[in-house]
Ligand binder design. Sequence first.
Ligand code: PEP
Ligand code: MG
Length: 580
Amino acid sequence: MKELTGIPASQGVAIGKAFLYVDDVFSQIPRYFLSKDELDAEWNRFREAVIAAEVEVRELRDRAQREMGEDQAKIFEAHLLMLADEDLQEQIQHRLHASQFNIEWVLWEISRELTQKLSASTDPYLKERAVDIYDVSRRLLHQLLSIKKLSLSDIQEEVILVTHNLLPSDALTMNKRWVKGIVMDMGGNTSHTAILARAFEIPAVLGLSTATREINDGELLIVDGTAGKVLVSPGVHMLERYKKVTLQLKKISEELQQLRDLPAETKDGHRVSLKVNIEVPEEAELVHRYGAEGIGLYRSEFLFLTPGQSADEEEQYHAYIKVVETMEGKPVTIRTLDVGGDKIIPDLQSTEEKNPLLGWRAIRFCLAHRELFKNQLRALLRCSVHGNLRIMFPMISGIEEFETALEVVEEAKRECQKKGAPYSEDIQIGAMIEIPSAAMTADILARRAAFFSIGTNDLVQYSLAADRGNERVAYLAQPFHPAVLRFIKQTIDAAHQAGIPAAMCGELAGNVRATALLLGLGLDEFSMSGSSIPLVKQIIRGTTKRDCETLATQALACSSYVEVNRLVNDWMKEHFPNLS
Ligand code: PEP
Ligand code: MG
């Protein structure tokens, strides 16, 4: 038996066979010699691949034109031109004959030479063409190698998914019924794959670095998502032990279900609101399953991330209506499109950025794509008359950005009026506080925002300059760092001074070790993955606001996250010995 240790990203235990998922076409290029009389057939193979790729790209271009406008469609126009480029084809044909290597190898060599040359250019236009060449040659290689981009939606038996890095779009399309566990080389605790794994209640261990090299396809695995361990080819005793653990976990969660209909109220009568974070409309029913008060964060970008699914105004409207109606009057906070960073819209954001996490993300992307933004805002506004809906903007860096976004809402309202579409005039619009500059100026933002929601995943990432998806710097991402605690306090205080509520929808809101501290800091609303609600509620109901305030004062006086961790652990041991 081999034991691998990584980051515990989604709780629970899964036992099953490894399904090794490696989709890196560039590392699988075959290389072999051909005889002279095989060259014509090889060239024909290439021509067929070009024709098939053209069909794909045309479809993408048409979709981009329909949903995103001319600028995006132009990217695919450029790809079509590249596929039809006679000089390039001549060069490839010439190399095929001169080298007599198979066409995949020839194509790979030429595209590598071209991308290297273009990337080295100082002209930004030429630099960008390197990305196009990469994209087009990848598409051709998929065709030539008949790689049907192995689809995770096709999995038909219980497996543990073992992969280097799962993009959020892959995680969305995987067949959740059969994927029992996730094991990944990359990723941190607040990466979007981790968030999705928790949302889907799939045990996951991330940041293992070498899992795909150490685990073979079909090997038996135990994934302990609570301890962050993966046991490869475990013996009979270990299997028995883990089967017992699984039964115990089931029993505990059944017991906690008894809290379902009780309020999240401390022993001294202080009540807060517990809500659920969702990524897809189907998750909305978790609110009822776990007795939550509504949805505190609907990550609307996942509508756009699902490959093959378009999201024009009507489609969004129907998705939002579905969520709002499932809520039966309970509040729903929908966050506008937060793409970029690690959430790339397949086919539409093909420009590579050097620092995507500091780049064209979220509200920045939306303000630069007004039509796309207004499509979403109109869908949301129209939906506002069907239920209790709030809108929230992600990645707000300061008042200018927030006010510009509000102006776009006004424009969208005027457009609704013109079309005779009713909307709720007093719809509340809030700001996510997830960039240090926003936390520092929360008092200014509070003059215009109807509420705040603290996004600790990004707030921690940006305060400590530690990429949330990079396992090498995961040790730095400490939500109990004094800097983060001060930002949280400052945001909550500013909200309360302005008379608006302070919510939190980052992962810290569902962390039981943080519950008392956040209560003590005055947080009004905690939004988290559904499965975290019962334990958080147990803590809230088992403590007093006064005790929590003392804890918060002590935590704010600490000089390091190590000290805060120790303080919180001691507090948990004293107040909730069975949970620590
Ligand atoms: C956050 O940053 O804490 C957050 C809730 O948003 P996301 O995780 O989607 O970036
Ligand atoms: Mg965020």
